[in-house]
Design a binder for this molecule. Structure first.
Ligand code: D5M
Ligand code: FE
Ligand code: ZN
Length: 475
């Protein structure tokens, strides 16, 4: 009998199933007594013996050293957490919940001491002409004929207009205010209580003293997105180079894929002419095959994007079972967005549909610098705050697009352009794509940066961009 078979049977005799990496490890050691020794030390109730159950697991396979077993902890956005249906009352709950979540950090600001409910300011003469602070959600924002910025703000008690004078300091930042974000403003109330003249302006933001918590043990994660399997612009050769590279780099223990796994069907007009796999099941089948070819020690986390088969409104549910039944055991599907913890390092994965809204609204923003938009998301502590534009949002009882806790890494995609920034200790990574320029992007004048993976060292939180485009010449 082959050693591997013997090991499996020995575990089965003990009422235990066993992970293939454990079998390979014990076979390598040529020490069958390890089966009994492992069985004695595993926690009670264990069904499958995992590499972590072998103390100090470190294996030599294919001549490579696997340092530690990688483990993914899905903190937010695991498959079971999917929100329910929509009810008109949920809109009220949804925005109230957003307000409550984002007003909390603002209340702690010294500059926003003595916050008043809007109703108290507008309904009583008491505060007219005085210095006050409010926290509210932006209903809308516009420029006045004189070039000032007027923000219509709402809190749970009422509504008020706020004027940002073009000649005063907070004006520049006020130009970047967008609908449905939660802000705090200090200023002077007009003599009739209807207008607040802003002196200072505050966002929930990442705390100034934010310090990331790196991993205490070695490990690396590869961040990618927008694979677009099934499209005639999918870069198969570059993908194969990446796949081989991962096999040759066992120190990379994790692969996080932030959506647009496949190109999908009927996502944009005329897409059928640009598909090599015209069937959605076929697309996920090929994607699954690509995942199975990756080394088995790699922990893969897969979240959906706007080209994937799930509902477009965010949070998007994880891929349903029948589209991922051929994914390997080392892959886990999560929602979009999802917060995963790798060796103590929190990584917030979000596909990034809201780029399409924010780029249009924030002065100076561009598809070529996605990292700047990631900073804007962090300042607002929200992934997609503007409701009712291109990003469909599911109004549920809780706003799960709020960024809380502040992660060590924010990982997005969608834009197809690689961009990296560090904002108050948060590493922002937009990982690019595995698809060359599409006809749509040509029309939009978007030049993608395909076939790059961003590798982050979990101990130092330093990113490194590895280019797999080979001989592809970028236009
Ligand atoms: O997005 C691919 C690229 O196209 C990405 O740069 C965003 C851009 N894009 C996608 N949808 C829109 C809309 N509606 N307006 C402007 N730009 C857009 P993908 O999700 O892969 O199709
Ligand atoms: Fe995409
Ligand atoms: Zn996308």
């Amino acid at each position: 009998m082959r050693t591997e078979q013997e090991i499996v049977l020995k575990f089965l005799d003990l009422g235990l199933q066993v992970h293939p990496d454990v079998v390979a490890y014990i076979a390598d050691q040529q020490d069958l007594s390890l089966v009994d020794r492992t069985a004695q030390t595993i926690p009670e109730g264990t069904v499958v013996v995992m590499p972590r159950h072998i103390p100090g697991f470190a294996s030599e396979r294919d001549g490579m050293r696997i340092l530690t077993e990688s483990e993914v902890d899905v903190v937010q956005g695991s498959r079971t957490a999917a929100g329910g249906g929509v009810d008109f009352r949920d809109f009220v709950h949804y925005f109230r919940n957003r307000y409550d979540q984002l007003a909390a950090p603002l209340r702690k600001r010294k500059a926003l001491a003595d916050i008043y409910p809007v109703e108290a300011l507008t309904r009583t003469t008491r505060y007219y002409n005085s210095d006050v602070a409010v926290i509210g959600m932006v209903v809308d924002v516009r420029n006045t004929t004189k070039g000032h910025r007027m923000v219509h703000l709402e809190d749970p008690t009422g509504e008020i207009n706020i004027l940002f004078n073009k000649d005063r300091e907070p004006f520049a930042e006020a130009e970047r205010i967008i609908p449905d974000e939660v802000i705090g403003v200090r200023g002077k109330l007009s003599s009739d209580g209807n207008l607040l003249f802003a002196d200072s302006f505050h966002r929930p933001d990442v705390p100034m003293n934010n310090g990331p918590t790196p991993s205490e043990t070695p490990g690396k994660v590869a961040l990618i997105s927008d694979v677009h399997v099934g499209s005639d612009t999918f870069l198969e050769e570059a993908w194969n180079r990446f796949s081989e590279w991962l096999t040759a780099h066992p120190e990379v223990g994790y692969l996080l894929i932030a959506g647009d796994l496949v190109d999908g069907i009927g996502i944009y007009p005329g897409q059928d002419k640009e598909l090599t796999i015209p069937n959605i099941y076929g697309q996920y089948e090929v994607f699954a095959e690509m995942m199975r070819k990756l080394p088995s020690h790699l922990q893969i986390v897969i979240s959906p994007g706007n080209h994937d088969v799930v509902r477009g409104s965010e949070p998007q549910p994880a891929l349903p079972e029948h589209f991922c039944e051929h994914f390997p055991d080392n892959a886990v599907v999560v929602e979009n967005p999802a917060l995963v913890n790798l060796q103590g390092v929190n990584i917030l994965m979000y596909h990034g549909r809201s780029y399409d809204d924010m780029i249009g609204m924030i002065p100076g923003a561009s598809y070529t610098r996605p990292e700047e938009i990631m900073v804007e998301m962090l300042k607002r502590r929200h992934l997609a705050c503007t409701y009712g534009q291109r990003t469909p949002i599911l109004a549920a009882k809780e706003d799960r697009l709020v960024i809380d806790p502040v992660p060590e890494i924010l990982h997005t995609g969608h834009v197809h352009i690689c961009g990296i920034a560090n904002y108050r200790g948060v590493l922002c990574v937009n990982s690019g794509t595995w698809q060359s320029q599409t006809s749509f992007q040509k029309q939009m004048n978007i030049q993608p940066t395909p076939a790059r993976a961003v590798i982050v060292d979990l101990q130092t939180l330093k990113p490194e961009v590895v280019d797999f485009s080979g001989n592809i010449i970028e236009a």
